[in-house]
Design a binder for this molecule. Structure first.
Ligand code: ZN
Ligand code: ZN
Length: 353
């Protein structure tokens, strides 16, 4: 764990900062290993403090060896004040410190310069290490199993809610600690809702059914979308499915180290636009997955990031035709030294039921 802290310290030194206050929970876990729900990290040049309340002191000491565990006083600024040397320049996570808490720091602790920073730890988290990749593989294996399980019992008569519930039970029984986001199950005309919540609608023959789901395994998230067709597909359903698959395959083939994330997004978008459906693919192509379901890097037209080995991202083009239906296909890939490995293995061609 300390190597992560060392990497962060190197970034701080470049910015002339003497420390950082970490208040974003996934960043706290990433740096320290501490999984409790309350606490903050204060990383200075030579000491790393994990401050938490009475409930988590024992757990913190177990989960975060090498960290100085400190009990959080009330008010919390008292604890921080005791640890921060006067004259320090300390970064804080601008996106994860409330305005009220920032004011408390400013008012209660004199002689310290508080500097707003964004994305320092998130940048480190974007490239996964071997241990993280192992957990991600396991989370993804569970979702692959889930997709096969779905295929074995998806049938007319079931409601979208039934499907989401049964799938979640199955995945939890298989070892998932929980869903990584509320499952999306949309069918028939509702399949044009990219993020529709499961409804009471019951499946009927001929439906397109899009299921987007993921689990948390040992803290790490998976994310998978498969689109099923109930019965022999109508020609326009097959054309739509094949179009989305072709767009995805093009992006999968392009993704690799040194490739701008925006070009991967563009590669899939071009395929869909050329077929005349550009206006119906309104979201970005993909996102990083790790401790959070959506994290850096982002595969979108506005992204300025380049893919690098160790990044784990989704590739999920979709086409959504309002009132008629939609298709999305999503896989998770690992960027390697020479290309990419598609981590999700659930079949894509065999999902006509
Ligand atoms: Zn998804
Ligand atoms: Zn996704």
């Amino acid at each position: 764990m300390l190597t992560r802290v060392e990497q962060l310290r190197a970034q701080l030194a470049q910015k002339n900062l003497t420390g950082i206050l970490i208040t974003n929970p996934p960043n706290r876990r990433y740096l320290s290993g501490f999984t409790g729900s309350e606490g903050l990290l204060l990383i200075l040049e030579s000491t790393a403090y994990l401050c938490t309340d009475f409930r988590y002191l024992e757990q913190a000491a177990q989960e975060a060896p090498g960290w100085e565990v400190v009990k959080l006083d009330r008010p919390w600024t008292e604890t921080v004040k005791k640890l921060v040397p006067s004259g320090s320049r300390i970064a804080f996570e601008a996106e994860f410190l409330t305005c009220a808490r920032y004011r408390e720091l400013e008012q209660e602790i004199s002689g310290v310069e508080w500097v707003a920073e964004k994305g320092l730890v998130e940048k480190l988290r974007a490239r996964k290490d071997a241990e993280e990749i192992k957990r991600l593989r396991e989370a993804i294996r569970l979702t692959d199993d889930g997709a096969l399980y779905l295929k074995s019992w998806l049938k007319p008569g079931l409601s979208e809610k039934d499907i989401a519930l049964e799938l979640e039970f199955y995945l939890r029984r298989r070892g998932a600690s929980g869903p990584s986001f509320p499952f999306i199950v949309v069918s028939g005309p509702r399949s044009s809702l990219p993020h529709g919540r499961p409804s009471e609608r019951r499946l009927v023959p001929g439906d397109i059914v899009t299921v987007d789901f993921g689990v948390i395994y040992d803290g790490y998230c998976s994310d998978l979308t498969r689109t099923f067709i109930l019965g022999p597909p109508a020609p326009e359903q097959k054309a739509l499915y094949d179009l989305v698959l072709a767009a995805q395959e093009r992006a999968l083939a392009l993704a690799g180290p040194g490739v701008p994330a925006a070009s991967v997004d563009a590669s899939a978008r071009e395929v869909i636009a050329r077929a005349g459906y550009g206006d119906y693919f309104g979201h970005s192509l993909g996102h990083g997955v790790g401790l959070e379901i959506h994290e850096a890097p982002h595969l979108s037209s506005s992204s300025t990031e380049e893919l690098q080995p160790g990044m784990v991202v989704t590739v999920e083009p979709g086409v959504y035709l309002p009132g008629s239906g939609g298709v999305r296909i999503e896989d998770v890939i690992l960027i390697t030294e020479h290309g990419r490995e598609v981590l999700s293995q659930a079949p894509k061609h065999a999902f006509v039921l």
